[in-house]
Structure formats: C-alpha cells, structure tokens
Ligand binder design. Structure first.
Ligand code: MN
Length: 356
C-alpha cells in the first residue's frame, strides 16, 4: 500500500445525539420518537409506543470511531481513511421508519432534517445529508420533500420495505414520484428500514438475518420498475444503499424475461425494457463485495458505487485503505474513478464540491 486511494462514500451515517428529538419536539411527540435505553450489555429501542428492537449493545461498537458523533472530528477520520465526501444516513433515525402515526412521523422527520442541516451539513460541504421522508401521508411527504429541496438537500430517504397498503407500485405514490423528479432529488432506500428483518433464530441466524436485510431493496426496484413509476419519470434516480450491487444485473435480467415472456399480460406497458430503465436510473452501493467491480466491468452495470458505512460495524472504518487496495488495486484507473468517485456525483445528480 504505497499510495492512498481516495473515495467518495455513498453510504455513511451520522450518530444522532440522544436529545435530537427531545430538544426539538413537544413532550408528547418527543416521548414517542425513536430512543434507545442502554445498559452495559444490551440496548432496547422504543418508537411510537412500541418496543421494536433489543440487542447486544451494537451502538457501542458504532461509537468507536472518534468522529461518530462529532462532525468536526469526523473530518479527521475521513482524511485518515481516505474518504472525500460522505452521503449521510441516520442511525437512530433508521427506526423512525417504524412509525405508523401521521403527525408523529411528519414532525420526527422535520426535526431530524433541520438537525442534520443545521448541525452537520453546515460544518463541511463534504457532508451530504439525506432527508428523512414521512411515510404515512403522501401529501406530507411531498411537502417535506419540497421544503428540504429548498434547503439544498440532494437526496431523500424512504423505507426500503414499503408500508402495507402503500407499497411502491401503487398509485398512492405517483404525485410523490413526480415531485421528486421535479425537484431533481434522488430517492434513496437504505437496508433495514420499514420492517423488522425477519428474525430467524438458531444455527446461522446472525448471517441469515444479515442476508434478509438486502432483499427488500431488490423488491423496491422491482415495484418501481414494473409499475412504470421509473418509466414515467425518466429523470428520477433511485439509490439502494448498503445492499451490494451485483444483484442488480440479475434482477434486470429476471424482469426482462418476465416482461418479454409474459408480456401479453403485463400492465402497464413500458416504453423501455426493465433492464434499460434499471441500468439508467438505479444506483447501488457496496462495502466489501468482490462481485461489485465485475458487475460494473463484466456485466456493464454502470451505476455501482462504493460506501464506507461509517461508523457502523458493517463498514470499513479502520481498514478502508486495505479494502480499497484489495478491491481496486489492480483495476483500471477508469473503473476506480467511476465506481469510487464519479458515480457518487451521478447518483446525486450534482457535483459535490469538496473542501478536501
Ligand atoms: Mn449504511
């Protein structure tokens, strides 16, 4: 490892301070916003009056990076790891996608978006915050999308598992897709949001449950493509974060086969093949996968981008350079440039001007 490989990260996370909602919302709403109760070994997450998750203290692991909570210290971590810019998703806020009550979701999202805009994005142009979208009402989602677009957000986030009765192929979302295309804002979907990953127990459960988290993102691409949502809005960009990238060509093939062989029955008709829609509008990020560069080079899927998943346990903090050298040390400069740097800007539909 002689030279440092610099990369943009399409998938990173803030760690919210524990008072992010309690300091910004009135008591009755603050009580039902996501919060964690921790002891030495365990952590229990509460949201919207429910206990949604109990685990070993994973967030203690996530706090090991010095800049986890402090954006100024985070810049030092980025420099050390070789990361230029980061797209920032929430951590505790991932649990907000379990909220079922309209007002609570609208206000939790608004408070989070104001917090990340004021406390994180102002620190450096290297931090590209993703705005949280409320999911219960399309009208509320459109209002928040337009508000955050005016604040300068380039990407918004929806649950990867769409809500029952409001799945993403249904017309209830059409006005939101139109508003996102109009605002030129990327629709992003991060693994593990909107539903419990199916909890298997017993032999292999840790890895089995990890696999479960990458399936809903694939379903989302299927719903948005087959329903014609992406075809109707050809400028709309979709980003599936932290689910890997090499499944995308396989899904595109599967959809082409279904559309071609069952085409007589397929409604709506599409103006392009599913694979053409997906290859032009769907982006996907990976951290460690050996199959991601071949998906880009050998399968010609152009929208592969890398993410460090900082500071989460699944990410590359502490071994970013080792990972980047292993995956990109022997590839062409053109591939490295596209996957590690340019696709970040293409996914966001803008050029992020870095201070680095
Ligand atoms: Mn992530």
């Amino acid at each position: 490892m002689t030279t440092k490989i610099w990369a943009n990260s399409g998938d990173s996370h803030v760690m919210e301070p524990s008072d992010v909602w309690t300091s910004r919302l009135p008591g009755p709403l603050a009580e039902r916003a996501p919060r964690a109760v921790k002891d030495d070994r365990h952590e229990t997450v509460f949201v919207d009056g429910e206990t949604v998750f109990r685990t070993l203290n994973a967030f203690a692991e996530d706090a090991r990076a010095p800049g986890s909570f402090d954006p100024r210290l985070r810049l030092l971590d980025l420099d050390a790891e070789g990361v230029v810019n980061q797209v920032l998703f929430p951590s505790m806020g991932l649990w907000a996608y379990r909220i079922r009550e309209r007002t609570l979701f609208r206000e939790v999202a608004r408070a989070y978006n104001d917090w990340i805009a004021e406390e994180v994005m102002t620190v450096s142009p290297r931090f590209v915050g993703v705005a949280m979208m409320p999911m219960v009402s399309t009208e509320d989602a459109i209002a928040e999308l337009q508000r955050v677009a005016a604040l300068g957000f380039k990407a918004v986030m929806l649950a990867t598992t769409s809500p029952e009765g409001r799945e993403y192929h249904l017309d209830v979302w059409e006005d939101f897709w139109a508003a996102a295309a109009e605002a030129d804002v990327t629709l992003s979907f991060h693994v593990g949001t909107g539903a419990d990953p199916r909890m298997f127990r017993g032999p292999g459960a840790v890895v089995i449950n990890y696999v479960e988290t990458f399936i809903p993102g694939q379903r989302t691409v299927s719903l948005l493509t087959a329903s014609g949502a992406l075809d109707r809005h050809p400028g709309l960009r979709v980003f599936i974060a932290e689910g890997g990238a090499s499944w995308v060509p396989a899904l595109a093939d599967r959809m082409d086969e279904g559309y071609r062989q069952h085409g007589r029955y397929a409604e709506p008709k599409l103006s392009r093949l599913p694979s053409e829609i997906i290859y032009s509008q769907v982006f996907a990020s990976f951290q460690h996968d050996r199959s991601a560069v071949p998906a880009f080079e050998a399968m010609s899927y152009p929208n592969v981008l890398w993410g460090d998943d900082y500071p989460h346990l699944e990410g590359t903090f502490g071994h970013t350079q080792e990972t980047l050298h292993a995956l990109f040390g022997a590839v062409s400069e053109e591939t490295a440039e596209q996957v590690l740097r340019k696709n970040f800007d293409r996914m966001l539909g803008t050029t992020v001007r870095s201070a680095a």
